[in-house]
Design a protein around this ligand. Structure first.
Ligand code: FAD
Length: 514
C-alpha cells in the first residue's frame, strides 16, 4: 500500500531511517507553505534559508532515487492549510496512509493530531531521531510548572551519554567551568577574532516568491543565503568552528564588542540553524568537537570544550523538555504582569542606546545575535522595561534564523523575562548598565553615561534596574536568591529612591524615545 510521508521544513535529516531504503510505494512531500511563512512575521533571511534548505533536501532525496513531491508557494497557494494539502496529495498519489515525523512545535503537532482524528485515512507519527533524549523519557526529568535545575539535568546527560567522563567522574574533576568563561575583549583580543565562514547559496528565486505571495517579513534581505543549506555545508561549518573558534569558545562566550568586523559572530558556532533543521545531529556535533579537543595538543582546553558540550547536551535538550511538559500553558505565563509595548526601535535599530542599537541592527542584518546579546541586551532591556511577553516572543520568534518555538519560547519567557516565575531560572537575569560595561565596549561610544543613575544623560538601564527591584519588591523579597539586590535597594536613601522612581517613570512613559 502506498504511503505519503510529510517532511517539515525543520526535518531535513538525511540520516533518518526513512531514507535508508528507496521504496517505490512511498511519496515524500516537501512543501513551501504560506501558513508556515506567515504564522509570525519572520526575518526575510530566515525564510530564504528555510526554503533553500528544503529545496536542497528535495533535490538530494530525488538524487538518491526517492519519489519526492516538492512544491513551491506557487503550487501550494490554492490550499487552505497543511491538512488540506495532505489530503489532496494522498488522493492524487493513491496513498492509503499518511506518515509524519513528530513536529517540534506544539502548534503543528496539534494541527496534525487534530487532522488524524478527523480523516478516514490512517495517520502515523514517527520519531525525528534527532534529539539525544527520547521524547517518551522527558517526563522522567521534567514536571509541569516545576523548577528543574539545568545543572542536574546536564550532569545526568553527561553520565548517560558518557561525555567528558573518566571512571564515572567528570573529566578534570569539575562539572562546570563557567567561572573561567567570563572574559571580555582587550585590544589585542579584538585583532584575533576569526572571520566567520559564510556560504554563497543563491536566494533570488525565493525572494521573488516571497514578494509575489505578499509575505510580510522583517530585516535586510540578501541575494545569498549565507547559512548552510545542506548537510555537507553544515559539516563544513562544524569543522571550521572546531578549528578556528572552539579554542576560545568558553573564554569569550559572554563577551560583546562593536569594534571588530566580526562583532556579530565572534567565537560562536552559528550551528543553531543546521541543528534546528536537523541537517546535523547534536551527537555528531559533540563527537566532532570532542575529537578536535582530544587531538588539539592543548590548543583546546577543557573549559572551552566543556562550555560547548553544556550548551548542546545541557541547555538545548533541557529547554526542549521544559517546552513540552509546559505547553500550552507556557505561552500564557506572565509572572511579573509585564504589559508595556515593544518599542519601535526593535524593528529598525533607531535608538541612542548603543548596546540595543548594536544588538538589534546586527539582528536585522544577519538574522543572528549570540546568546549574551539575546539574553543580556535585548532580553534584559525587555525585562526591566516590562515589555509584554507576547510581544517579546513574537520578536524573537521572527527575527532569528534559528527561531523555532520549542527553543525560542523557553529562552524568551523564562530565561530573558522570568515570566514563568522560576521554572528555569531561580531569579531574573536582571542587570544594570554596569554588566553591559563589564562584558562589552558598547558603553564607550554611547550617548548615555553608564556610571550615572538619574542625571539627564544617565544610562536608562540603571534607574530601570532599581525601579524593577522596587516594583517587584514583594515577589523578590520572598526569593532568597534576590536578597542581595533587595537589601541594596533598602540601603538607598529615600531621596535617591524618589529620584530613581521619577527617572524610571519618565523613561517608561517615553520608551520609544530612548
Ligand atoms: P553557540 O554559542 O555556538 O552555541 C552552540 C549551540 O548550543 C547552539 O547552536 C545551540 O544549539 C545550543 N545552545 C546554546 N545556548 C542555548 C540555549 N539557551 N537554548 C538552547 N540551545 C542553546 N536558540 C535557538 O536555537 N533558537 C531560538 O529561537 C533561540 N532563542 C533565544 C531567545 C533568547 C531570549 C535567548 C536568551 C536565547 C535563545 N536561543 C535560541 C539560545 C541561544 O542564544 C542560541 O541557540 C545561540 O545564540 C545560537 O547561536 P550559535 O549556534 O552560534 O550558538
Amino acid at each position: 500500500a502506498k504511503q505519503l510521508r510529510l517532511i517539515l521544513g525543520d526535518q531535513l535529516n538525511p540520516l533518518h531511517s526513512w531514507f535508508q531504503n528507496v521504496d517505490d510505494d512511498v511519496v515524500y512531500v516537501i512543501a513551501e507553505l504560506k501558513q508556515e511563512a506567515d504564522y509570525t512575521k519572520h526575518h526575510i533571511k530566515k525564510i530564504t534559508a528555510f526554503f533553500a534548505a528544503m529545496e536542497a533536501f528535495a533535490t538530494y532525496l530525488k538524487e538518491q532515487g526517492h519519489h519526492v513531491c516538492y512544491m513551491t508557494l506557487d503550487e501550494t497557494k490554492e490550499y487552505d492549510d497543511l491538512p488540506d494539502l495532505l489530503i489532496t496529495l494522498a488522493t492524487k498519489y493513491s496513498c492509503e496512509t499518511i506518515y509524519y515525523q513528530q513536529p517540534d512545535e506544539y502548534r503543528l503537532r496539534e494541527q496534525l493530531q487534530q487532522m488524524a482524528k478527523k480523516i478516514e485515512l490512517p495517520m502515523f507519527e514517527e520519531d525525528t531521531e534527532h534529539f539525544l533524549l527520547p521524547f517518551e523519557q522527558l517526563r522522567e526529568h521534567f514536571t509541569p510548572k516545576k523548577h528543574v535545575r539545568m545543572e542536574t539535568f546536564y550532569r545526568f546527560m553527561r553520565k548517560r551519554f558518557d561525555i567528558l567522563m573518566e571512571a564515572g567522574k567528570p573529566q578534570g574533576g569539575a562539572w562546570n567551568y563557567d567561572s573561567n568563561n567570563r572574559k571580555s575583549f582587550n585590544a589585542s583580543d579584538l585583532k584575533q577574532i576569526p572571520r566567520p565562514l559564510v556560504f554563497n547559496n543563491p536566494a533570488k528565486s525565493y525572494l521573488t516568491r516571497i514578494e509575489d505571495h505578499n509575505i510580510k517579513t522583517i530585516g535586510e534581505s540578501s541575494e545569498q543565503v549565507d547559512y548552510p543549506i545542506n548537510r555537507q555545508q553544515s559539516l563544513q561549518l562544524l569543522n571550521y568552528f572546531c578549528e578556528h573558534q572552539l579554542p576560545n569558545f568558553g573564554n569569550f562566550q559572554d563577551a560583546m564588542t562593536a569594534n571588530s568586523p566580526y562583532s556579530w559572530s565572534l567565537y560562536h558556532s552559528r550551528l543553531s540553524f543546521s541543528l534546528n533543521c536537523k541537517m546535523i545531529t547534536p551527537l555528531e556535533v559533540i563527537q566532532t568537537a570532542l575529537h578536535a579537543f582530544t587531538h588539539s595538543r592543548g590548543v583546546i582546553t577543557l573549559p572551552q570544550i566543556e562550555g560547548f558540550v553544556r550548551q548542546i547536551i545541557g541547555w538545548r535538550e533541557y529547554v526542549r523538555g521544559m517546552y513540552w511538559v509546559n505547553m500550552p500553558d507556557y505561552s500564557e505565563q506572565n509572572f511579573l504582569s509585564a504589559n508595556n509595548d515593544l518599542p519601535q526601535y526593535f524593528w529598525d535599530g533607531k535608538t541612542k542606546m548603543q548596546c540595543l542599537k548594536s544588538a538589534i541592527t546586527q539582528s536585522l542584518e544577519h538574522a543572528y545575535a549570540h546568546h549574551i546579546q539575546r539574553l543580556m541586551i535585548t532580553g534584559n532591556f525587555s525585562l526591566l522595561a516590562g515589555i509584554a511577553p507576547n510581544q517579546v516572543d513574537e520578536w524573537y520568534l521572527g527575527i532569528y534564523i534559528d527561531a523555532i518555538e520549542w527553543v525560542e519560547l523557553p529562552n524568551t519567557r523564562s530565561m530573558a523575562l522570568f515570566a514563568d516565575g522560576g521554572w528555569i531560572a531561580t531569579k531574573p537575569y536582571a542587570a544594570s548598565g554596569n554588566y553591559v560595561n563589564k562584558m562589552s565596549d558598547y558603553c564607550k561610544n554611547c550617548r548615555y553615561k553608564v556610571k550615572e543613575k538619574v542625571s539627564e544623560d544617565a544610562c536608562p538601564l540603571n534607574s530601570l534596574y532599581w525601579n524593577f527591584i522596587d516594583q517587584h519588591y514583594d515577589k523578590f523579597s520572598k526569593n532568597p536568591r534576590m536578597s542581595f539586590p533587595v537589601r541594596n535597594w533598602d540601603k538607598i536613601n529615600s531621596d535617591q529612591k524618589i529620584a530613581i522612581r521619577e527617572k524610571a517613570a519618565n523613561i517608561l512613559s517615553n520608551l520609544d524615545k530612548l
